[in-house]
Write a protein that binds this ligand. Structure first.
Ligand code: SF4
Length: 409
């Protein structure tokens, strides 16, 4: 989301006649678009602001703006004063930047109408912002506000423009993307419509409580949807899911995964797991390990709990000692990697159509993605956005390795 917001900001200021430079000292205007998920984010931003203040005193930087989640947080007023920032904007009023850089004033209260990514082979399309959940450990609802969904026509219009401009891969974005609702339509309606307009579609991030079986079945049935489901579970223990206010039980999650595996047996499944949330017992951890085994994830982002100021979990009792968190982290990681390795091995020997995401590096290897959502290293000089066909020769826990492509598709 943050990368996408930066992209829109970049396009807006380019429209105002600015060109992008690589070093602060070459810039008239520096915009720090910030993320606030990690505790040390403010410290890092302070480091940049200190440096920018010095450059401004030397007359090398003229203006500084702070945008994004830190701009929406309480600390932003103190930062503005301490570092004499010219403009501070949150996540819902990025459009005010237009006036600041000399563009006509925009009257929007919601940013998606700002210019998006166009012409790139791969584009993000925001369909909703904010979140109506209140997970114990998460700062997002505080800084991004409650859910706002974008009208279907506006999303489809943007997708059609992107495709007409050469985009071959559209990723629908939202904090709880599958919670999208607008004008009597639900996320599966929108996904199906987008899958008819775009040649390749993916979406992230989903919430288990909002995930409908129809969406999972559409992933299996529709050729243009990448069969990669990212569905954060966070814990396998019902007790912890309740403490975290996740709003579902482990059994519901398992049922959703069964539907997905049936709809797209070849597809990839990834998740987020937090280990060591306050109050997590050995039994809770065991239940997470069982769920990991049952769901056989293809990959997982495993986070060691760290208290985030401003969230409920930061003041909960029952801190788990660091050594215990580390052991649990490694146990979950090992379990995920074993499953992923076994599943990846099944792809060896098969031919895959591979979408090139990143062009080849010095060693001649490009990084691509299969329709099943597997990451593949492939020897090709095909440019990003193209497809090649190649045999999978070997596999590790994280990636598949393809031989020389036989054909460009
Ligand atoms: S659903 Fe996601 S974004 Fe919303 S509060 Fe929970 S973790 Fe944060």
């Amino acid at each position: 989301m943050n990368v996408h917001d930066s992209d829109r900001i970049r396009r807006m200021i380019q429209d105002a006649g600015y060109a992008e430079v690589q070093r602060y000292e070459d810039a008239d205007l520096v915009i720090l678009n910030t993320c606030y998920v990690r505790e040390n984010a403010v410290d890092r931003v302070k480091g940049h602001l200190g440096e920018l203040n010095r450059l401004r005193r030397e007359g090398r930087v003229k203006k500084v703006a702070l945008t994004g989640c830190i701009g929406a947080a309480e600390e932003s007023a103190a930062l503005k004063q301490t570092y004499d920032i010219d403009l501070v904007l949150g996540t819902h009023n990025t459009y005010e930047l237009a006036q600041f850089v000399g563009l006509p004033t925009m009257q929007e209260t919601y940013t998606p109408e700002l210019p998006g990514t166009e012409g790139g082979h791969n584009a993000f399309v925001t369909i909703m912002t904010g979140c109506n959940y209140q997970c114990s450990y998460c700062i997002v609802p505080t800084v991004r506000g409650r859910m706002i969904c974008r009208p279907m026509g506006s999303v489809i219009g943007e997708v059609e423009n992107l495709v007409a401009g050469g985009t071959g891969y559209v990723t629908l974005l939202g904090q709880t993307v599958d919670a999208w609702r607008h004008g009597g339509k639900r996320f599966c309606d929108l996904l199906e419509a987008v899958s008819e307009s775009a040649p390749r579609v993916w979406f992230t991030t989903s919430h288990p409580s909002n995930m409908e079986d129809r969406t999972l079945r559409a992933m299996g049935e529709r050729d243009t949807i990448v069969k990669r489901l990212h569905l954060p579970v966070q814990s396998g223990s019902d007790r912890m899911l309740k403490v975290m206010h996740r709003g579902y039980k482990a059994e519901r999650y398992r049922r959703k995964i069964e539907v997905f595996r049936e709809a797209a047996p070849d597809g990839t499944l990834s998740t987020d797991i937090i280990v060591g949330h306050p109050g997590e017992t050995e039994e809770d951890h065991e239940q997470t390990l069982r769920l990991v085994e049952d769901c056989a994830f293809d990959s997982a982002y495993i986070f060691k709990f760290s208290p985030r100021r401003g969230t409920e979990a930061a003041s909960l009792p029952g801190t788990v000692p660091d050594a215990v968190v580390q052991r649990r982290f490694l146990e979950v990681l090992r379990q995920v990697e074993q499953n992923a390795f076994t599943r990846n091995q099944r792809k060896v020997g098969g031919e895959e159509e591979i979408y090139i995401r990143h062009g080849s590096t010095e060693d001649g290897k490009a990084i691509g993605e299969t329709w099943s959502g597997h990451a593949v290293h492939v020897n090709t000089d095909a440019a990003p956005g193209n497809y090649v066909k190649a045999n999978i020769e070997s596999a590790g826990p994280h990636v598949l390795y393809a031989g020389e492509p036989g054909a460009r598709v």
